[in-house]
Design a protein around this ligand. Structure first.
Ligand code: ADP
Length: 334
């Protein structure tokens, strides 16, 4: 697993669960979403109704699952968790829906990856709180309508645009989660450190925050690695020096690039004069699969403004040359 990767790996889940904010007040950052959601939930409570369906969009690790859990706990109901890839047949979804209780929150992660038939079943469930259960096969099959309790669907997706219009339209409230500022990540690191009983100095916390790529999941993960280092090689305190040395050991640089990111940038600048170069050629130069370069390294390099995709291939920007401490050749750059 990659230290600065956005997805959680299996053994990380218990650690993450312990660090999850439990209420909207405990949540750090995302001010606007927090305020909007607070209104939606308070109004629903006042009316004694189940809140509208909520769509959360944004990259992994920014708090979508956490928000779904908060919605359930703020409403005093229980949460059911599932994901798009787990719902391949309409029957899978019908089974889940027939097991929910009045007012429950159903969280569907990666909702854009649900199968088409399941999606159609979901439309009806979201709108009329009803599902058609099909009995039998072929011409003899009959659909039996089944009333289900009212529930709140919380869907999560990396981009709202990936959802078909009719599904998107059935959400009463949509929130777009943004990457976090360093100061917010710093507060997240401090909060997590307090929960874990780790002593973190101001500088030490800031150092972890600034290498976390705007992502709370990564901040918490780096804290975990730095804590190990502090306990084994130091006196347990995470100060600037410890954070520095630990993250150097793990090859996460001062803005959160890891070895793969840097080798892509280095190849682009040193071997190809800053491009343009085709992605396959670039992948060969760093001895990686094309998909790895394209899906793992490239998104963050593009987001940071180090690499640009052009019709003629990838090019390094002036910021990339500068980050590597290299001088761009005369007349290069976009
Ligand atoms: P997603 O579902 O978007 O992939 P998660 O909700 O699983 O992200 O969050 C990943 C980790 O980051 C969790 O451990 C969670 O505690 C932490 N986290 C996310 N957002 C926040 C936040 N706003 N404040 C504090 N911790 C957060």
């Amino acid at each position: 697993a990659r230290l600065v990767g956005p997805d959680a790996d299996g053994d990380e889940r218990a650690y993450e669960a312990a660090l999850r904010p439990k209420t909207l007040d405990e949540l750090i950052g995302q001010e606007r979403v927090r305020e909007q959601l607070s209104l939606v939930l308070t109004a629903a409570k006042g009316r004694g109704r189940t809140p509208d369906h909520v769509l959360l969009s944004g990259p992994p690790g920014l708090g979508k699952t956490t928000l779904a859990m908060i919605i359930a706990s703020e409403m005093g109901t229980s949460l059911r968790l599932t994901s798009g890839p787990a719902i391949q047949h309409a029957g899978d979804l019908a089974a889940i829906l027939s097991g929910i209780n009045e007012g429950d929150v159903l969280f569907v992660d990666e909702i854009h990856r649900m199968s088409r038939p399941a999606e159609e079943l979901l439309y009806m469930a979201m709108e009329d709180f009803r599902v058609d259960v099909v009995i039998g096969k072929g011409p003899g099959a009959t659909a039996i309508p089944l009333q289900i309790p009212t529930f709140t669907l919380v869907g999560a997706t990396t981009r709202a645009g990936l959802l078909p219009g009719p599904l998107r339209d059935r959400f009463g409230f949509t929130a777009q989660l943004e990457y976090y500022e360093s100061a917010e990540l710093h507060r997240i690191v401090d909060r997590s450190a307090a929960l874990l009983g780790v002593d973190v100095t101001r500088d030490g916390g800031m150092e972890i925050a600034s290498r976390s790529r705007g992502t709370p999941r990564i901040a918490n993960r780096l804290l975990r690695r730095v804590r190990d280092y502090a306990e084994v090689r130091g006196d347990g305190t995470v100060d600037l020096d410890v954070a520095h040395r630990a993250l150097e050991l793990y090859e996460v640089d001062r803005i959160g690039l890891d070895r793969l990111d840097r080798s892509v940038l280095e190849a682009l600048c040193r071997h190809f004069g800053g491009g343009p170069v085709g992605i396959s050629t670039l992948a060969v130069a760093v001895a990686e699969e094309r998909e790895t370069v394209e899906e793992v390294a490239e998104p963050f390099l593009v987001r940071r403004g180090f690499l640009a995709r052009t019709p003629r291939g990838r090019i390094a920007t002036a910021a990339a040359w500068e980050h590597l401490g290299l001088r761009p050749p005369e007349g290069s750059g976009p």
